[in-house]
Design a protein around this ligand. Structure first.
Ligand SMILES: [Zn+2]
Length: 153
């Protein structure tokens, strides 16, 4: 019975192993903090929040505040909106390798004309949040981190 097993797993996780919920992660972003999880087994940092360490699958995690600084790994420019994002285009989702290790997805605050291959590898820092409405896959309002390139207005 797969369904029953899943229910048991979630119950077990919610009771003991969830050190940082997604709601807490978003509340942190709203307060200007990037929160993650530090693994007691391997010392690795997990972000976005997950029930297990993203490096070793360890379950003993502690909530920590991260620097919010990292390196821009890649980005793309969205010009045609998917459902729920009609008011946002154009926008620039980006992948940032945070100093503490994990790669996280956010948005890049830069003019689309300036978003060229030359910005990949630049140092970025957390600079606020972007709020988006739900679509048929995501219920309600959510936030994601917004990064800016350091030393650039
Ligand atoms: Zn670990």
């Amino acid at each position: 019975m797969v369904g029953k097993e899943q229910e048991e797993i979630e119950k077990e996780l919610s009771n003991e192993y969830i050190a940082l919920t997604y709601a807490d992660y978003e509340a942190g972003l709203k307060a200007g903090k990037l929160l993650g999880l530090k693994c007691a087994s391997c010392g690795g940092i997990t972000c976005h929040p997950m029930p297990v360490c993203q490096w070793c699958s360890g379950r003993h995690l502690e909530k920590v505040e991260l620097s919010g600084e990292g390196e821009l790994r890649t980005f793309t420019i969205i010009r045609v909106a998917s459902e729920g994002f009609e008011d946002d285009v154009p926008y620039i989702p980006c992948l940032v390798e945070i100093k503490e290790g994990p790669c996280i997805i956010g948005r890049l605050d830069i003019d689309v004309e300036s978003a060229t291959q030359g910005i990949i590898g630049k140092t970025v820092t957390l600079d606020g949040i972007s709020t988006y409405n739900g679509d048929k896959f995501v219920s309600g309002e959510h936030v994601c981190p917004v990064f800016k390139i350091v030393g650039r207005e």
